[in-house]
Design a protein around this ligand. Structure first.
Ligand code: FES
Length: 428
């Protein structure tokens, strides 16, 4: 019930019960109320440029196919045949004119229409309506600067309204050079035995783990950073971001640093101080990125205590090939499944998941989310609820505040501008 959920998530006190990371009933409700109603990242334009290009992914637990249409628009549908629910697209990506179900042979065009049924006249006596048996469409598809999102809820506010002030920080990444970004081919996927929200909250602002969890890898990157080297921002829509103002690197001669240094002045002209940010963010609920580290990712839930990480390498579209290559190497060196940074995170999450899986007393405790629990300091240039320390958990609390609103609302929980303004106000 709502009262039970509210007893588990106390934002004001900064206390959260780990039941929300392990309970099967909460997980089922989450698939419906969080994943069934929110904007979920599907693909980037550059991944499906031509008509017939498709990409298979998930929205929450559900498999979906995203396909470029002949008119250039994008559609997505449940990857499940209307006859018996079989997967109609078994490839990860490619180009096709139709999707063919390998169980009994129904076929659908790239718009999801049922176009062929074997034995239509002798088995069905022509009584089957093709029109009524198309693939289940994803109700809404919208994109922001090439990032394509889907939403199963036709009543949801627009993607741009949902992204809110986070757009300013996304722009600071994707608008640095003419032509914007592209996503390189190849998705790296791996599984963690823990709840997906542990990863989402970390990217929403858990910079505090880095000096400890990543102590050894940070040694190789450069001097350790401190709170004053950056800031963290919370967004009423449930997003979080934190950033270092300046890049730390000791590899000044590598092609990526050479490229970044060469573009810096022009990038500063386009996006100001954001050109130098090394950031992490989560767009509520399950899309995260590492501006400055060439990486975006989606957290796909696979059960209360299991999720898949899908990691994509992002590069400037017009960067020279050697810089693109360097970005790819850098991304897998740090953030790939065997990356020097990523393995630390996976180990933490998996060990927490194991405690919750087996534990009984451990599930009764309340975890601490109190860091950064001071009034927003605000910033004249940077929107959102800005706090002037790189370390803080305001983004986590914003994430769980929004999560609780979705989990306890029958109707789509609309936010008013007054609520946003009050949240962002310096001193609030
Ligand atoms: Fe697809 Fe029967 S399940 S044709």
């Amino acid at each position: 019930s709502s009262d039970y959920l509210k007893s588990l998530v106390d934002i004001e006190a900064g206390r959260i019960s780990p039941e929300i990371f392990i309970d099967e009933d909460i997980y089922r409700l989450e698939l419906d109320r969080v994943f069934g109603r929110n904007w979920l990242f599907l693909a980037h334009d550059s991944m499906i440029p031509k008509p017939g290009d498709f990409f298979s992914t998930y929205m929450g637990g559900d498999p979906v196919v995203v396909a470029r249409q002949p008119d250039g628009s994008v559609r997505a549908f449940l990857n499940a045949c209307r006859h018996r629910g079989m997967r109609v697209c078994r490839a990860e990506s490619g180009n096709t004119k139709s999707f063919f179900c390998t169980y009994h042979g129904w076929a659908y065009d790239t718009a999801g229409n049922l176009i062929n049924v074997p034995n239509l006249s002798d088995a069905y006596k022509d009584r089957l309506s093709l029109k009524d048996n198309g693939l289940i469409p994803v109700a809404r598809i919208e994109s922001y600067k090439g990032l394509i999102f889907g939403n199963f809820d036709a009543t949801a506010p627009s993607l741009e309204e949902h992204l809110g002030d986070l757009k300013y920080y996304i722009d600071g990444w994707v608008d640095q050079v003419e032509g914007g970004i592209e996503v390189l081919p190849g998705v790296v996927r791996w599984t963690i035995n823990a709840n997906w929200k542990l990863a989402a909250e970390q990217f929403a602002g858990d910079t505090y783990h880095a000096p400890t969890s990543h102590a050894s890898s940070l040694l190789s990157f450069g001097p350790a950073f401190e709170g004053k080297d950056g800031a963290h921002v919370a967004f009423r829509e449930g997003h979080g971001e934190s950033f270092l103002f300046k890049r730390h690197t000791r590899f000044s001669e590598d092609p990526l640093s050479v490229y970044n240094d060469a573009k810096l002045e022009a990038a500063r002209d386009r996006v100001g101080d954001r050109a130098e940010f090394v950031a992490n963010f989560t767009a509520f609920p399950a899309f995260s990125g590492l501006p400055g580290s060439s990486n975006i990712r989606v957290w796909h839930p696979k059960g209360p205590n299991k999720f898949e990480i899908w990691s994509f390498t992002v590069v400037d579209k017009n960067a020279p090939p050697e810089a693109k290559k360097a970005m790819q190497v850098s991304a897998s060196f740090t953030e790939g499944p065997a990356g020097v940074v990523e393995t630390d995170d996976g180990e933490n999450w998996g060990l927490i998941g194991a405690i919750l899986e087996q534990g009984h007393q451990a599930r009764k405790m309340r975890w601490n989310y109190q860091m950064g629990d001071y009034p927003a300091t605000g910033h004249e240039e940077f929107p959102g609820a800005y706090r002037d320390s790189f370390f803080g958990e305001a983004g986590h609390r914003a994430f769980y505040r929004r999560w609780l609103e979705f989990m306890t609302s029958e109707e789509w929980p609309v936010l008013t501008q007054e609520e946003r303004d009050a949240f962002n106000k310096p001193g609030a």
